[in-house]
Design a binder for this molecule. Structure first.
Ligand code: LLP
Length: 420
């Protein structure tokens, strides 16, 4: 539970709205986000950084939740965006985010995407390889524009997080090995139409310890000193995202301690700071609402079968991630359940032997902490339409994305004439 999602009179509410009324109005499965919680999370991040510097941009990592209503809420708070595709750039612009606050990360940018980003005039492109640096220079020259770039370095630091979301070790596909970086920055000095103004780093996601950050940032600071000596005018450092949140019992990093570490390690360089938080802004602001389809007695087991599945929320199947399940109506005697979805895979399991108040078909539950990497990672597996998304603010609530229909899915399939 969070400040904005909690029980009142045994009914689970988000801000001033009973979640059951949102589920009844728009149907399930349905993602639902608290505008107030997103704002609080963003403000907490900003306050912490402001306690040590005024010279920073918070580029929200759009990939965590790219719903345009969410982006527009953050834009009004002054957020920029960290994007990883032309599609995310379209969304950020549609939400009114200023191009001057958009940074573009990602290991495989196409020429079309680079062209779109340059034409839009974004703040910087975070370069992941030498061929990409050359492509940006070539495209920028053709467009008669000069582009600011940061080079994303791989500091070879273990973020001590889940193997599938660690990015800063030598063997990961991300960034340029820190040892090769000076040579690449020298090359950048010679290439036309680019200014290598920054160094970028992102070592992983769902970090719960400050130590790996400190190690990585210290390596970045050393590199900046080397680069300046060799003639690169480094004015920005992009510190990435990755701050973890509480799914079960994790203790998140104190943002003020993070800011103090940044002050000690990075600020002496006199650079503009960019940060790219995603999960810590939206993760605990969202739930996935679901209805119990049936309760099935197995061999020594009660299966609680929900109408939300692994295609809606992939994290448990993909990372073994924990997401608490809460009934929208509290009460009933504690019962042990295996909580599963309807998809035809054993992996479509949220919990084994989880204690919940007794539930029956038709009851509603909330799958908690689903605001980050939930809706954005969903798929149409088993020809299941993508769930809708709703947003709550105070007493108000509304749809932020219409639920897909089966018609939406079926209409794009074609039988080639020769096969018919
Ligand atoms: N910057 C870059 C370059 C990134 O690759 C990421 C996340 C972020 C920022 C934002 O990280 P955050 O603050 O959200 O941790 N699907 C996985 C997480 C993948 C993260 C990918 N990169 C999950 O559900 O846990």
């Amino acid at each position: 539970m969070t400040k904005t999602t909690a029980y009142k009179n045994s009914r689970l509410r988000m801000e001033d709205v009973e979640l059951a009324s949102v589920a009844e109005k728009f149907g399930t499965p349905l993602y639902c986000y608290s505008a107030g919680q997103i704002e609080q999370n963003f403000d907490a991040y900003r306050r912490a950084l402001k306690s040590v510097t005024d010279d920073f941009t918070i580029c929200y990592a759009t990939k965590a939740n790219s719903n345009i209503a969410v982006l527009s809420l953050l834009q009004k708070r002054g957020a920029g965006a960290d994007i990883v595709s032309g599609g995310e750039l379209r969304r950020a612009l549609a939400a009114g985010i200023s191009p001057r606050k958009i940074v573009y990360s990602g290991v495989g940018k196409s020429d079309e995407e680079i062209t779109f980003a340059i034409k839009t005039g974004i703040m910087q492109i975070n370069v992941e390889s030498e061929p990409e640096l050359e492509a940006i220079s070539r495209i920028a020259k053709k467009l008669k524009k000069t582009v600011d770039v940061s080079i994303r370095i791989n500091p070879n630091v273990d973020a001590k997080t889940h193997a599938k979301i660690t990015t800063g070790k030598k063997e990961n596909k991300f960034g340029i090995d820190i040892e090769f970086a000076p040579a690449l920055y020298k090359r950048a000095l010679k290439l036309p139409n680019i200014n290598a103004v920054g160094v970028a780093v992102h070592i992983g996601s769902q970090l719960t310890s400050l130590a790996p950050y400190k190690r990585a940032y210290a390596r970045v600071a050393d590199l900046v000193r080397i680069l300046r000596k060799q003639g690169n005018n480094i004015t920005r450092v992009d510190l990435g995202g990755g701050i973890g949140i509480t799914y079960r019992n994790e203790t998140p990093i104190d943002l003020y301690l993070y800011a103090l570490m940044v002050r000690d390690v990075i600020l002496p360089l006199g650079v503009h700071i960019v940060v790219e938080p995603g999960r810590s802004i939206v993760g605990d602001a969202g739930v996935l609402l679901s209805r119990v389809v049936s309760v099935k007695k197995g061999h020594n087991k009660n299966f609680l079968i929900l109408d939300a599945a692994m295609n809606d929320l992939m994290r448990p199947a993909l990372y073994g991630a924990y997401h608490a399940v809460l009934p929208l109506n509290k009460g009933g005697k504690p019962t042990l359940y295996d909580i599963v979805g309807p998809v035809c895979e054993t992996g479509d399991t949220l919990h084994i032997d989880e204690k919940l108040p007794q539930l029956k078909a038709g009851d509603l539950v909330a799958i908690m902490t689903a605001g980050a990497y939930g809706a954005v990672m969903s798929s149409n597996y088993n020809t299941r339409p993508l769930a809708g998304e709703a947003i709550v603010q105070g007493k108000k609530f509304g749809l932020a994305r219409k639920p897909q229909t089966v018609d939406d899915l079926v209409k794009n399939d074609v039988i080639p004439g020769w096969l018919a």
